[in-house]
Design a protein around this ligand. Sequence first.
Ligand SMILES: [Fe+2]
Length: 703
Amino acid sequence: MRVIQGVDVEHSPVKSLEEVTAIPRGTGKGRFQLARPGSYALVQDWAPPVGEDGVEVSLYFQPHLPQAGHLQAVMSTLDVQSKSGFAVIINENGVVDFWIGTGTTVDVVSTEFKPAQKRWVEMQLAFVGAQFTASLCPIAQVAEKAIDSQQVDVELSGRAHVLQPSPLLFAGSFAETTTTPFPRVTNFFNGRIDSPTIKTIGGSRILVQFDFSRNMSEDTIRDVSGGGHDGVLVNAPTRAVTGYNWDATEADWTKATSGYGAIHFHDDDLDDAGWDTDVSITIPNDARSGVYCVEVTSTDGKTSDMVTFFVRPTKETTAKVGAQVALVLSTFTYLAYANEQLADTSRSSHIDVGPGFDMASALHTEDFHRMQRRRDLGLSNYDVHNDDSGVTFSSAKRPILNIRPGYIMWAFSRPRELSAESMMIGFLEREGIPYDIITDHDLHTGGAAVLAPYNTVMTGCHPEYPSIESYNAYENYAKQGGNLMYLGGNGFYWVSATDPARPWRLEVRRGDQGVRSYTLPGGERFMSLNGTQGGLWRTRGRSSHFLFGVAFCGEGAGPGVPFKRCDASFDPQFKWMFDGIPDDELIGEFGLGGGASGDEIDSFDIACGSPTNAVVVATTPGHPDDFGIAPECTGFPIIDTLGTQTREIRSDIVYYETNAGGAVFSVGSINWYCSLGWDDYQNNVAKLTGNVIKEFLRREKKG
Ligand SMILES: [Fe+2]
């Protein structure tokens, strides 16, 4: 189906899907499939030929959830079947055990060592014949007293068989227990591992030595011993995090000469769900750009779903459509929110969008319940992991249950992101304005050249996560005379990164500033994928004030409020903008989210860099106290932070003409599209939006 308008709620436009007849309907056999979360490092064939006298093992580890409710293998070479190899285990009680194969048994060497949460431990092991020694030394944090270290010196029931050929794993094991093998990696570790090394006894030969600060942007771990036993990372653990020897002298891993040799593994990391294919379709070459979905219904008719995807334009389809307008779907935002667990009150990241917000009154649709049920499908950039560390990666290689054409965002009980944007598609169809659909990913890879064919480019309702590349595309398009319509709120806010080798992976690093569901530790604000600074674009000196005239200032989940025209808007030069709207009418007193200014909102501010020739044509006279101010908009101790207490919380509709002869029109509210679609587009938000598009199209595009 091609999605013309996907929302179907009271007062929404009529839902409209167009069947793609070139793809036949059919019945196929599906099956239940699970994803397998849990990140680890795997090194094949690390062991040297047998005959060495024994080995020494050293590494640093930092548990972040010592009692995870399951066993956690810090490292393992244990092969239960041949009873060879060894594993370093943190058991369910948070105590370190060693499992050591002797060829005839797997001995368990228990300790009384209970590593502290989020504190580093230096571990050294030696296997010599039947003799096993271990040293576990906590590293004190600054002046804090560390827990006692522990030494182990035991005679095993036989010679340790630790030099058999077997895979070497970090943060997982192929042994479920000392007697039970597991067909996949299990016993995932939550925490950090730094500088693992395995040597022959006395250190005469280094067998493997890993420097995790190398190849930071890849899924490769580098063996720097010269032996060439490189390993791979599975399920995207977090890199560019501080290690055991980080001393805070350099917070940028690309510049630091030490301190970034750790990888943070999580038992709930997921990169590629790796599902097997049951059904495939072929998209016709001449399919026009758009939002599409495969509608699947169970043969008993009891359940259905819309598996959603996007088709980008080609030169031919753009020409055929005659598109002069492009709507950019915020696919980076979709990824950042993918399968979010903001409703999970057991996580510190659970949603809090301001006073008066009541999770219990949120709308819980079947899509919401699906997201609750399928915890195996990985987390979003809004969540914290099971060990309470922030999720830095999201992946498109998994089912994403909240990318649905009619999705109701439960916390706001209204369409949001894709579903809200589908109401804009419906509007363009209704108005007969030829358009293309493109995505953040297209801007990231193609830059301004992707936008060049169009007279006017409009954003989605929440273009929050541009990469430097996608942000530059907008800016260069405007510099080249293009017309921009920013029809959302809280846009161009967090820095994101992806990389050409793995375009499905999105990285976000939250810290210091911004409305955020977690704060990464200091020293971890630089992207592992491209080495640039994360955080807010505003912190990077690229506030959306500069290009779009407005930037995020406040938010609330309660109903929105309407806009009131400013005196400046009555100047004859803006007559076209308000054509057909009575002078005294408020703009957007209605909407699927209340008034047109709501959810997350943006304001104009010359002091923050809004263009000096920009005009605020309408503003919101005031929001109720269930709207709160954005933290980056305050400096002194935070007072007067609610809607009625400050004029800082408002949406401004801003218009300006650019140096290159184009223009920018911004509305500064996520709610805008929810009002656009109200009563089948029969309203003044739709009128105003249409006036701007039509005026831009009437003008010849400069540049
Ligand atoms: Fe957001």
